[in-house]
Design a protein around this ligand. Structure first.
Ligand SMILES: [Zn+2]
Length: 304
């Protein structure tokens, strides 16, 4: 470990050559997350400054911040970096421009919206950054001997991106987080079809280390990564098979939502009902379209 290895004093940091994983509290379990520091000869870039970064601060200077996407848990550390230029994909910039913009990306019902707004401000230190710079699908950042390549992977949000650092043989996956929960595609700014295409795109990522923002932390070895990506994608397939089974008897959208195909029955979080309804609408919509389900005259859905 060289003396100029920034992040060496960070608890549980992982040295991947020019990239360093700044491991979050609980290995990045929400509301925390795992940030990535990338060090070139001219610039140091911090990707996704987490809540842990906000709470601990940094012992070194960074020149730029990149965001995999604009969500409350990926930007709290900006509160420590208010003078540092911040960059995100153009499709998510609305979320940094204003709190209203961020809330529009979630698209929550009114009561949940007002409660979550306060959380975003108080617990995640949100402050608008209307000076945000935007990048597009094929931008490459040159840090001096080290590059960060943008791979646009929409679905979780419209502007979600994976970052590939070839010199570290590392891909930063953001919220393609390989968790057992599976892909999260229930917001206004989300798309199930786009998420599936992005997973497909990730199958060809060329790296040896895959850094997730949340608790799966770092997956080393491409074969391990591909197996976990398969399981992650399978959550969607299994959800639709369960729904088709449930729809052997005709059901209303509300009955599908109440049955819960996303969260387990004991989970009591304030967004559960909203997410279950969104999920039911999204899946019923596409299964009607591709002929797996029919909408009956009485407003109920039935598998064919
Ligand atoms: Zn997210």
């Amino acid at each position: 470990m060289s003396e100029d290895f920034l992040g060496a004093d960070w608890p549980d940091s992982l040295d991947l050559g020019p990239a360093t994983v700044l491991t979050g509290v609980d290995q990045g379990k929400y509301p925390h997350g795992n940030s990535l520091l990338v060090q070139g000869t001219h610039h140091n870039v911090l990707i996704d400054p987490s809540l842990t970064v906000a709470e601990r601060g940094l012992s070194f200077a960074v020149d730029h911040v990149l965001l995999s996407h604009v969500h409350e848990d990926h930007l709290p550390g900006l509160s420590r970096l208010s003078d540092v230029p911040v960059h995100c994909h153009e499709a998510d910039a609305i979320g940094l421009a204003s709190l209203d913009g961020l809330m529009a990306m979630y698209g929550m019902p009114a009561d949940a919206d007002s409660e979550f707004r306060q959380e975003v401000l108080n617990d995640f230190y949100y402050a608008p950054r209307p000076d945000v710079s935007t990048f597009s699908d094929t931008t490459v950042f040159d840090l001096g001997g080290v590059e960060i390549e943008v791979v646009h992977t929409p679905g979780h949000t419209r502007g979600h991106c994976v970052f590939v650092i070839p010199q570290a043989r590392t891909a930063y996956l953001g919220d393609i987080d390989l968790s057992g929960f599976g892909p999260y595609y229930f917001d206004e700014w989300s798309s199930l079809g786009e998420f599936e295409r992005s997973i497909e795109r990730c199958r060809s990522l060329d790296a040896d280390h895959f850094v997730t923002f949340h608790h799966k932390w770092v997956i080393s070895g491409r074969e391990n990564f591909l197996a976990m990506l398969e399981d992650f994608a399978d959550v969607i397939v299994r959800r639709e098979l369960s729904m088709l089974d449930f729809l052997k008897q005709p059901r209303l959208v509300a009955e599908c939502a109440a049955h819960r195909f996303v969260y387990r029955p004991h989970v009591e979080m304030k967004f559960v009902d909203h997410v279950e309804l969104r999920s039911a609408q999204i899946h019923l919509g596409r299964m009607v379209e591709d002929g797996r389900v029919e909408l009956m005259a009485n407003g109920k859905f039935r598998s064919i």
